[in-house]
Write a protein that binds this ligand. Structure first.
Ligand SMILES: [Fe+2]
Ligand SMILES: [Fe+2]
Length: 490
């Protein structure tokens, strides 16, 4: 009998899963797809056409050109797939940026390969890609840019090739983790110094030229000027990264930290005009950060996303309980549950407008609708049911979408648990707190809100434990320490 019940439950779960709308992948318009394809073709032509210039041309040459052409085309395709895999929400503009950088490098190689060191051509774009799109995409880009050389007559020194791969990989790996502009500057100084020393050791001292020589920057094989040029190009790249951020919508760690600054005008407004919401936001930041650290997610992203998730409440702060300060509740005066539900939905719609006005990156703006998902506004739904039994539940559900990433899902769970944890009795045991957290999280899970988030059962368990840890911290802060009247030390 128990087996039948388990099987039925399993089928019921599968049926429920099948009713969930298929996760929408990023939509790239036909024109963008065509532009991307054309750039890939152009890269392949630039990378291989020199093979056709040999005279007399025979079948083997044509075959090796065809091989080279398709190899570069396939590699470009793989690069796009890798970038999509690492950044599921990547936009067509960002894909165009990645392949345009590849096109620019291939064209530069063709024009300047004999005068500029490959380090200065490949490392700076790798820094932009690792900052904006992540280390794996940057590594994939570096491998294509380093392996494909359009001019068959140019042969790179094996040692230089090795140094290029090591330096570009270091920049790709560190670039994805660097959290401030100052660290970027350090990278732009230490990588050229490192490349200089390694070239000195592996290639030789005789290739070093100093400042008093005429062909200071452009002499090929000149280790000192090559490294200096690399440092200059990297510094210029760092200067231009903020421009790339705004044109291509890149979300670098440094930009995330800048957005998380509580002195930003929108956050200052939130703290002044909606102090209750601001307090709620700060507590949620703590909960979400702890949970994200537990499951190994993007902490900087969730901290910034949490800060902006309820900015839409600025459109009518006193309609939200946390800002009411014991005064009259406007919802009671309105006495219309449907209109009240519309006010609640408006905090999402207005939040998205604030995000657009303040040019918040898409990944941050996603937290605004996804933290509410398609949750039911239970209180007003009950009120409406008391008045009219045939009321449509859809009027009392947020418009969604449900969380599409682990980070937005964690924020939804933190948002749900915050009020309950804040209101919990100071003497409540850990078991009671965990039970409250589990009930809230399980209800959201059973409602299908976590279906698109990719959170595993193990991760949900860890999130519960993380919220419990934060609750213990809150409880500890609220404990009044005994103080004696004569206590003059602190
Ligand atoms: Fe909200
Ligand atoms: Fe909230």
């Amino acid at each position: 009998m128990q087996n039948i019940t388990t099987t039925l439950k399993k089928y019921f779960y599968l049926w429920k899963r099948s009713q969930v709308p298929v996760k929408q992948s990023i939509k790239i318009s036909r024109i963008d797809n065509l532009i991307i394809f054309l750039i890939c073709i152009l890269i392949s032509i630039i990378s291989s056409y020199k093979l056709l210039l040999i005279s007399p041309l025979n079948i083997t040459d044509i075959f090796s050109w065809l091989l080279n052409f398709s190899e570069v085309l396939i590699c470009s395709g793989i690069l796009i797939l890798v970038s999509k895999k690492e950044n599921p929400t990547i936009s067509s503009r960002q894909i165009i940026l990645i392949i345009t950088l590849l096109l620019a490098v291939q064209a530069t190689k063709l024009a300047l390969a004999s005068t500029i060191s490959p380090l200065s051509m490949i490392i700076p774009p790798a820094l932009i890609i690792s900052q904006g799109m992540g280390s794996i995409t940057a590594l994939a880009w570096v491998s294509i840019a380093s392996l494909s050389w359009p001019d068959p007559e140019i042969a790179i020194n094996n040692n230089l090739f090795f140094i290029l791969l090591v330096c570009a990989s270091i920049v790709s790996l560190l670039g994805g983790r660097i959290r401030s502009r100052a660290q970027l500057l350090q990278l732009s100084i230490f990588v050229p110094i490192g490349s200089f020393l390694s070239q000195w050791i592996l290639i030789g001292k005789d290739k070093i030229s100093l400042i008093n020589q005429q062909d200071f920057v452009l002499s090929n094989g000149d280790i000192f000027s090559d490294s200096l040029l690399l440092a200059i190009v990297m510094l210029f790249t760092i200067l231009f990264i903020p421009i790339f951020e705004s044109i291509f919508g890149l979300l670098t760690k440094a930009r995330l930290l800048e957005l998380a600054d509580k002195e930003k005008p929108l956050i200052r407004r939130l703290s002044l005009e909606a102090p209750g919401t601001f307090e709620h936001t700060l507590l949620i930041c703590g909960l979400a950060e702890e949970a994200t650290r537990m499951i190994g997610g993007d902490i900087d992203l969730i901290k910034t996303g949490a800060l902006y998730h309820d900015v839409g409440k600025l459109h009518a702060p006193n309609w939200f309980i946390e800002n009411q300060d014991g005064s009259k509740n406007p919802h009671d005066e309105l006495d219309d549950p449907i209109k009240s539900a519309e006010v609640l939905q408006a905090h999402v719609d207005e939040g998205l407008k604030f995000a657009r006005k303040n040019r918040l990156p898409k990944l941050i703006a996603n937290f605004i609708p996804e933290h509410q998902g398609t949750l039911r506004m239970g209180y007003f739904f009950q009120k409406a049911k008391e008045k009219n039994l045939d009321i449509n539940e859809n009027y009392f559900r947020y418009k969604g979408p449900i969380p599409q990433s682990k980070e937005t899902a964690i924020l939804m769970l933190a948002d749900g648990c915050e009020a309950a944890l804040r209101a919990m009795n100071i003497n409540a045991s850990d078991k009671e707190a965990l039970e409250t957290i589990s009930n809230i999280i399980n209800s959201r899970q059973n409602d299908g809100q976590l279906d698109d988030s990719n959170l595993s059962k193990g991760e949900i368990f860890l999130i519960k434990r993380a919220f419990l840890n934060v609750w213990k911290r809150i409880r500890h802060r609220r404990i009044q320490y005994p103080t004696s009247k004569n206590n003059t030390f602190s």
